[in-house]
Design a protein around this ligand. Structure first.
Ligand SMILES: NC(=O)c1ccc[n+]([C@@H]2O[C@H](COP(=O)([O-])OP(=O)(O)OC[C@H]3O[C@@H](n4cnc5c(N)ncnc54)[C@H](OP(=O)(O)O)[C@@H]3O)[C@@H](O)[C@H]2O)c1
Length: 291
């Protein structure tokens, strides 16, 4: 049987690596890995390059794991943010529909205003306040406008094989007896592995559209830090502070959402995938050697 080709963009990122591990043992698919620094270079901001690459490879699907994720940096770099997070997915959407391929695109909780009294569904109004949130929302809109068959999956607090909050906490714990972490921002840590499993489940079917995809349950950053330190065998204490107190000590350029709990409503309605509870996913992450 001929294998279905999947073009993975941003293959060197956290999700790109997790997608590779997830599909590795599935003989139905052949992965074509691309990134700006990979052996096969594909810069998603270059429309001509993207169109000709996708035309040549004729994939079954394009999985867009590429993004500009440095939230603070892009507050002063809005044009680059717009190019990577909005023009990039536009190019992939155009190329995917031109070649009859599906597009899987990843978005974020930052598209919401960050205040809510209920877990946010796909039907709640957006309203980003950071450059990252605004450009990711523009990316979603381009995908809806130009792709024929797509899944946009909004995730949050992602960790995997790369730079992330969990690894930062473990590193800081080696040098400090106490870490100061905010406890008034709510959300759900989500492993790149769980997100890759969700993509794997959705890919062969016809359940297209916008989905929320985060692990189950919710917490705050201080509690997440405590869970990570415990699993990492660290004795470092976590001092809980408010966002306001933290900002006085460590000013950050991008506003952080106080409320980021997403409800995976569309996944539930369509019976497509049930994410693991965040406690179980983070335990699995340690068992996997922080990959
Ligand atoms: N990380 C989170 O907490 C989080 C939360 C919610 C949603 N998300 C979303 O989840 C997805 C995956 O995030 P991640 O954490 O896996 O990201 P990541 O680790 O930052 O990986 C992104 C990858 O994209 C590459 N890239 C940057 N510009 C590119 C371009 N023009 N063309 C092709 N590749 C390019 C990056 O290369 P360089 O490193 O060389 O720039 C990197 O390898 C993204 O859509 C992100 O917005 C992430």
């Amino acid at each position: 049987m001929e294998k279905k080709r999947l073009i993975v963009t941003g293959c060197n990122g956290q999700l790109g690596r997790a997608v590779n591990r997830e599909f590795d043992s599935d003989s139905r698919y052949e992965l074509i890995n691309t990134d700006v620094t990979a052996e096969i270079k594909l810069d998603i901001t270059d429309v001509d390059q993207v169109m000709s690459f996708v035309r040549e490879k004729k994939p079954y699907a394009v999985i867009n794991c590429a993004a500009y994720t440095a939230v603070d940096k892009q507050e002063n770099d809005a044009d680059l943010s717009m190019k990577i997070n909005a023009i990039g997915p536009r190019n992939l959407a155009l190329a995917a529909s031109d070649s009859g391929a599906k597009l899987v695109h990843i978005s974020t909780d930052y598209v919401f205003p960050g205040v809510s009294d209920h877990p946010l569904t796909e039907f709640d109004p957006t309203g980003p306040s950071s450059v990252y949130g605004k450009t990711k929302l523009a990316g979603e809109e381009f995908v809806k406008q130009f792709a024929d068959r797509f899944n946009i999956i909004r995730t949050a607090w992602l960790y995997g094989d790369g730079h992330n909050f969990a690894k930062t906490m473990l590193k800081l714990a080696d040098a400090h007896d106490e870490l100061t972490v905010v406890d008034d921002q709510l959300g759900t840590p989500t492993s790149a592995k769980e997100l890759a499993r969700c993509i794997h489940e959705l890919l062969p079917g016809d359940n297209y559209g916008l989905f929320h995809g985060t692990c189950e349950g919710d917490t705050n950053w201080a509690e997440f830090a405590e869970a990570v330190l415990k699993l990492g065998g660290k004795t470092t204490k976590v001092k809980h502070v408010s966002t306001e107190e933290y900002a006085r000590m460590n000013p950050q350029s991008a506003p952080r959402p106080a409320y980021s709990i997403l409800d995976n409503y569309m996944l539930r309605l369509t019976g497509s995938y049930r994410f693991a509870d965040w406690h179980d996913a983070v335990e699995e992450y340690f068992k996997d050697g922080l990959k």
